[in-house]
Design a protein around this ligand. Structure first.
Ligand code: SF4
Length: 387
């Protein structure tokens, strides 16, 4: 029997082709729509959708038309939100919107009739019933999932298929929705429409920058957790660091608001620094490959062999390197409240010498980072002077 969705159901899954057909039938012209009061309200609704995404406000129990909303308008607000983030050219905002939409869909899928859930999964290439997935499809799907349970080495593989339980398949469905939405953005937006969205996209951009500043304040390398300091130390020493270390450090620096130039600047401390390769890797991890990454949590860092706990990690039972950083900034007084109004996209990173007197609670290996970096820099400066 064919699966059918009514209008209110399509509000829950606006990315389905059926939802697209519903609003296409109405032949809305976006330019005309935005001239109308109702269109302006729709654009504001779309803006609020993005703000909810930036605030990670994952509350979805009142969005299915029950409050008198017209289903087509709900679906259009999804489409307009995608256009607004496409105008902004801020990858983290795109990423947050895609996460929000996938969380939203997952919320409704949890409460969905099994046949409809399976239909949606099938339309996205996932069979919820089979209990397995072809290796190549699985690897592609978990590419951006860093929990060790998804690593192929930790899976049962048989005759080219990976065993996947029903619950796991549903988790992977959420990831498929996120990556599918991400692969579609940014959309090409005509200049005329960009101009109309400009006030809204500027408003959202300001909110995004505020959130980064609120969360992390000014970048302070002295407050980095010992694991990240130890990786920087290895980079500076010229030790060949594993991909997991490079990934973790880059994702960490990106998440706390460092721009690509600042991140690459840290890697220039390596004696064998390769500009092109580093630029490519950093850009990819920072979202250039279509996905913005966040650093692994402590439990994953431990499995990578990158954890080197200090007294703060132990006494505060730190679970995530970002929590360490926030805590350390707070106790050293350099938190968001005291941060300047500098843009989060162009933070100043303390020079290595600025933390030559690290906290006594730092990991012993990390304690020596400042001094080692200073020595390297002095060496380089002397070499440059000779040249
Ligand atoms: S406990 Fe966490 S923050 Fe501390 S060193 Fe280990 S991974 Fe880093």
């Amino acid at each position: 029997m064919p699966i059918e969705f009514d209008k209110k159901e399509l509000v829950k899954y606006p990315f389905l082709k059926e939802a697209h057909s519903l609003v296409s039938q109405k032949a809305y012209s976006l330019t005309n729509l935005l001239e109308l009061e109702s269109g302006r309200r729709l654009a504001q609704k779309a803006r609020d959708r993005i703000k909810a995404a930036l605030n990670m406000d994952y509350v979805f129990d009142n969005v299915t038309g029950a409050s008198g909303e017209i289903p087509e308008h709900e679906i259009l607000s999804y489409a307009i939100a995608r256009m607004i983030v496409s105008c902004m050219n801020e990858r983290p905002v795109i990423d947050k919107l895609c996460r929000y939409e996938s969380e939203r869909a997952a919320y409704f899928l949890q409460r969905e009739e099994p046949e409809k859930k399976e239909y949606i999964a099938r339309s996205l290439g996932i069979n919820l019933r089979s209990g397995e997935m072809k290796v190549n499809e699985y690897v592609e799907l978990v590419r951006d999932l860093h929990d060790s349970k998804w690593q192929l080495v930790n899976r049962d593989v048989n005759a080219g298929n990976v065993a996947v339980s029903r619950d796991e398949a549903e988790e992977l469905l959420k990831e498929r929705i996120r990556s599918m939405l991400h692969s579609q953005l940014p959309l090409p937006v005509p200049e005329e429409i960009k101009e109309k969205f400009k006030p809204l996209s500027e408003e959202v951009s300001a909110v995004y920058k505020e959130r980064v500043m609120e969360q992390f304040g000014e970048v302070d390398e002295g407050a980095f957790p010992p694991c990240m300091k130890a990786i920087i130390s290895s980079v500076t020493d010229g030790t060949n660091i594993p991909h997991t270390a490079r990934f973790s450090l880059t994702a960490f620096m990106h998440t706390i608001g460092m721009d690509i130039t600042g991140i690459v600047g840290v890697f220039t401390r390596a004696p064998d620094f390769n500009a092109d390769m580093t630029m490519y890797q950093v850009d990819h991890i920072s979202g250039g490959g279509g996905t913005e990454y966040t650093p692994p949590q402590c439990v994953t860092m431990k499995t990578y062999g990158l954890c080197c706990q200090d007294a703060i990690c132990k006494s505060k039972k730190i679970q995530h390197p970002l929590s360490y950083y926030k805590y350390k900034k707070k106790v050293t007084g350099n938190n968001a409240a005291g941060a300047s109004s500098r843009s989060a996209s162009a933070p100043s990173v303390q020079s290595p010498s600025a933390h030559s007197a690290p906290s006594s609670s730092a990991h012993p290996k990390s304690d020596r980072i400042g001094a080692r970096i200073d020595a390297k820099e002095r060496e380089r400066a002397a070499k440059n002077a000779k040249d």
